[in-house]
Structures are given as C-alpha cells and as structure tokens.
Design a protein around this ligand. Sequence first.
Ligand SMILES: C[S@@+](CC[C@H](N)C(=O)[O-])C[C@H]1O[C@@H](n2cnc3c(N)ncnc32)[C@H](O)[C@@H]1O
Length: 391
Amino acid sequence: MLQVRVKPGIEDRIKGFFPWIYRPEIASLSRKPRKGELVVVRDFAGKFLGYGYINPEVSIAIRILSFDKNEKVTPDLIKRRIREAYNYRKKLYINSNAYRLVHSEGDLLPGLIVDVYGDYAVVEFTTYGMAQFREAVIEALVEVLKPKGIYEKANLTAAKIEGTGVEEKVVYGEVPEEIVIWEHDLRFYINVPEGQKTGFFLDQRNSRKFVRTLVEPGDRCLDVFCHTGGFALNMKKIGAKEVIAVDISDLALEMGKRNEDLNGLSGIEWVEANAFDFLRKLDRSGEEFDVIVIDPPSFAKNRHSVPNALRGYKELCVRGLRLVKPGGYLAIFSCSFHITQQHLLDVLTEASYDVRRQVRVIATTFQDKDHPWILQMPNTLYLKGVWVEVI
Ligand SMILES: C[S@@+](CC[C@H](N)C(=O)[O-])C[C@H]1O[C@@H](n2cnc3c(N)ncnc32)[C@H](O)[C@@H]1O
C-alpha cells in the first residue's frame, strides 16, 4: 500500500483523532499516488498513524478512516461502519421516518452522506476516495434498510473540487419522483432529484419542534428562508393566525403550498423574494411579529468569506430584532462550520445595541442528533441556532 509520511509536528493532530491531512503537510510518498487510492499514514520517523485514502489534486489530500493499526480499510470496514451508524440511529427514537443515516466524518465515514426518506435512501459521495466504495455502500444499505430504492445524488461542490462526477441516478430498485415523509405530526413532500441538498433539511428537525413551544394560538409569525415550509407549517399547526413564509426558490415555495394542503392547513402567505429585500420592506412599513425564524443558507463557504458573512447575519439580526413585538421571539441560524455560535451571539449583541432592544437568550440549538459531531473534529458541527426573547 502507498506509504505517506507527514511533516514533523503534524502527528500530534492526527493522534488527537483529527482525520484530515492537508497537501502541504505531506513530507513524502513512497511513489506517485493514484487519485482515491488507499494509503498508510506515518509520522516523519515512520511510525504508524492511520489508514486513509488520498486525492493528490485537492487541498484536503488525505482523509483517515482508521487510527488503528489492526483495522485496515476494506469494503467490510465500510459496511460495518454503516451498520454501526444504523444501530446508533435506532437508539435515537427519531420522531420521523426521515433521518440522516450517515453523516460523513461524524460517522467515521468521511465523504459519505446517506439520508433516509421512508422506504428510500439518498446517497451522496463528497470525496473521490469514498466514491471508490460505492458497491460496498449500496450493499450495506440494502442489508440494513431493505429499501425499495436508492438514489445517488451528485454533490456539485464535491464534483467541482474532488471530481466525483455530476451524474445522478437510481442505483438500486426504484425511486419515485416524489416521496411523502412524516416528521412529528406533519407530512412533507420530498423531491429527491429536483430538491435542495438530498431533498429536505433534516438537520432542523429539533428546532422545527422547538418553535412550537414559543408560538401561541392567534400569533403572527414569519418564516424567513422557509424552503418548503418547515417552520411555517409548525407555526400554523400550533394555531398561528397569520404566517408569512419567504424564500427565493419558486420550486420550494410551490412545494410548501402543497405541503400546507397535504396537512389540511390553510392561510400561510408564501412570498417569493430575496429575504434581505423583503425584511427591509417589512421593517420600513413598521410590521410586527410574535415569532420570527431566520434560517439562511450558508454565507461562509470558507474562512475568507467570514467577514462578509457576518455582515449578512448582522443585517438579518437587526431587521429581525426590529420586527419582533415586545415579548416576542427571534431565532437566527447559521449552517456554516466557519461561523461559530460565538459569532452569532456577537452579531446579535451588536444588532441589539443598534436597535436598542434588550434581549434574553432563551435557547441555543445545534443540528439534530442524527447529524452527530466528533469533538476532535470541529468541522462536523456546522449548524448553530440562537433563540432570543426581545424584551
Ligand atoms: C437552510 S434552508 C432553509 C430550511 C428551512 N428552514 C426548513 O426547515 O426546511 C435555506 C433556504 O434559503 C433559500 N434562499 C437562499 N438565498 C435566499 C435569499 N437571498 N432570499 C430568500 N431565500 C433564499 C433557499 O432557497 C433555501 O430554501
């Protein structure tokens, strides 16, 4: 197997279970590497550190799958990890038939995402190395889930960086264009081929439930960046009198409307707009709401974009705080690893000074528990939310 030695000093981080090795950290290779091939990683003196796979063309050149000398990376290891991920999900008693079964590094399977929607699974390979295990992954999924169908979805960012390809296809059984899933007491349409991510933002399940504890019958609520109505439907279900749901995607809004019908609800106002413009407009007309949720897409894809992203979050917080009635609630989320919970708290603090409103933090939330994060791998914790009462 290809032998890799890392530069002196890098070994401490790897011994601390951080599974990524960046290209400049490689000291030597036993020969020219092939993209996606398996490697043994050693320290500068030649002592074993781990087994992984390499892609010499990208910045994160090596991802380690095993830190144990006796645990070689084989298709059987991948299958065992998938079984372990499945057994872990069984213990979570998720109140939905839709969940994340494999969360990449969070399940010790870097480069693999698997989401389950009822009888169907959606697979995404986000690294070239993991895509080499496609057959083992599908076999393991068939074994544990006994699904009616599996769909492989392309991850366009990975396709660009890692060269994983853009082809999307059914890789097992049959997958209908639309699936209906349930979450708590609501049902949602999922369109796997056309939808964002694998079709649904599963990571916000716990927050979609939490919002119900804040909404009172008769309230006026706002769901900003609503996608297919995740928060809006929960607000309406609890008895909100008025709910406005805003998104830039007509496809998401169309499905949101259909989700409203599917659940026998009515009266949500679906607005196709740029959320920043729409919030500005509401603010200028002096509108007020009891509960506002702002769940934007990632503004910081890398650490260089953090300052710009923070300006965006600050603007959203300022508008949100101004639009909440006294005693009302605002939630703001970031789904970028590069934006920390402290960043969110800081922009909220600055925004509260600007709008001169006193703010009480009532909760902080993270991605739901089927998206586990590894303490030594901060990148696995990406979704943070701060919930405040505006006094
Ligand atoms: C993280 S998702 C929201 C998930 C949603 N809260 C849920 O529970 O399903 C972000 C959404 O923002 C939308 N979006 C992206 N840029 C936008 C913009 N400038 N204005 C409004 N919506 C936008 C996307 O279409 C996507 O539906």
